[in-house]
Design a protein around this ligand. Structure first.
Ligand code: FAD
Ligand code: GLY
Length: 366
């Protein structure tokens, strides 16, 4: 018998597991492939609370901001616990406008964020180019957001895995898990290899696959779906082309160590189709080239697709959905950003019976 069994070894499952193990719980994380092989591997690692939120999504925006504020301490603790560097970078994010229409939209989100007290700087075209000299001369203006940082999500997964094990957690990889029910309660998980693990509570953190996990009670219908994203990475030589994360209306560019730049991402209702598409990749390349013409010479090093776990209102679902079963999924485009706060909300629910924020309870869709 363990205190907590967690299905899914992405950032959400691993972070919850690590924090619970630190609080003295016996925890097992079960991952059907390798840890971090889902959306957590595919992501761009931006910790951008504002850029992807619609001005009407105030609750989500507040959750994003709260998690963003936890990030510096979370990163420092994780690096110390794992002995690994996760490349948490604080250069900030520059959102650019290329057309008069872009400028209008940028002004809207600028006004929304300013009215909520966010520190932002409106920049003229020449100020944008002073900050990032390689951006196109066709830029019309931009907004610099100093607190929108980034982390290398693949290193994050590796560090969470190591910290979880160092805290005494048990990890089972390459093994499918299903839920086990007895007496109107989820009593644990059964592993594909035959072992049954009884748990005081089971946490479902299976990302875009959460609604498909075998053994979900018939009364539970999870409104979580995959939202496909295609991305690519290029390598540049010499001095880094850009220092900061850059957003244009069609793509984002994320600078990484050693001249690597990530270009993302498509947002597609395509189920679990893992194939790259001509139009998807062409759109990313064209959009990136419009913002950063010097990419013409860059060498392409990687293409990939991933599946965001999305919900009808783009916000996560966190809370008990059945006796013994807690859901932590649906993090949509912000799961890396929301990792620290999700681990805290679930940890406080289990250890202190603190109710999760009502706006993110799964019951809002009942
Ligand atoms: P996942 O990482 O998908 O993990 C779920 C795991 O569960 C998988 O490893 C899967 O194998 C496992 N699993 C499923 N079923 C079972 C089962 N039955 N038994 C055992 N294991 C099972 N977020 C940001 O904050 N910033 C970004 O810049 C960003 N960029 C993104 C770019 C792209 C292209 C994509 C696709 C996503 C991006 N996201 C970003 C979103 C973010 O990646 C996700 O919200 C987050 O990774 C979700 O984490 P997770 O642990 O819930 O899911
Ligand atoms: N947060 C970036 C993406 O989902 O593409």
């Amino acid at each position: 018998m363990v205190d907590s069994a967690i299905i899914g070894g992405g950032v959400i499952g691993l972070a919850i597991g690590w924090r619970l193990a630190l609080r003295g719980q016996s925890v097992v994380v079960i991952e059907r492939a390798k840890t971090g092989s889902g959306a957590s591997h595919a992501a761009a690692g931006m910790l951008a609370a504002g850029v992807e939120v619609e001005p009407t999504e105030t609750n989500l925006w507040q959750l994003n901001r709260a998690s963003q504020q936890l990030w510096p301490e979370f990163a420092a603790e994780l690096e110390s616990a794992s002995g690994m560097i996760i490349n948490y970078r604080r250069e900030g994010t520059l959102a650019l406008a290329l057309t008069p229409d872009d400028l209008r939209r940028l002004t809207q989100s600028y006004d929304f964020q300013l009215s909520h007290g966010v520190e932002l700087n409106w920049l003229s075209a020449s100020q944008c180019r002073e900050m990032e000299p390689a951006v196109s001369s066709r830029i019309r203006g931009g907004v610099f957001s100093p607190h929108d940082h980034q982390v290398d999500n693949r290193l994050l997964v590796a560090a969470l895995r190591r910290a979880f094990l160092a805290a005494g957690g048990r990890l089972v990889e390459d093994c499918d898990a299903r839920l086990v029910q007895s007496h109107q309660r989820i009593s644990g998980v059964a592993l594909a290899e035959g072992e049954v693990i009884t748990a005081a509570q089971t946490i479902l953190a299976a990302g875009a696959w959460s609604a498909q996990v075998v053994g979900l009670p018939d009364s539970i219908r999870l409104p979580i779906r995959p939202l496909k994203g295609q991305m690519l990475a290029v390598e540049t030589e010499g001095a880094p082309l850009i220092e900061r994360v850059i957003w244009s209306p069609t793509v984002y560019l994320v600078p990484r160590q050693g001249g690597r730049i990530l270009v993302g991402a498509t947002v597609e209702e395509a189920g679990f189709d893992p194939r790259l598409s001509f139009g998807g990749i062409f759109g990313l390349m064209e959009g990136a080239w419009r913002v950063l013409p010097a990419l013409e010479e860059a060498k392409i090093s990687e293409f990939w697709t991933g599946f965001r776990p999305s919900s009808p209102d783009d916000a996560p679902l966190i809370g008990e959905i059945y006796p013994g079963l807690i859901l932590a999924s649906g993090h949509h485009r912000n799961g890396i950003l929301l990792t620290p706060i999700t681990a805290k909300i679930v940890g406080d629910l289990i250890m202190e019976a603190t109710a999760p924020p009502p706006s993110f309870l799964p019951s809002r869709f009942d």
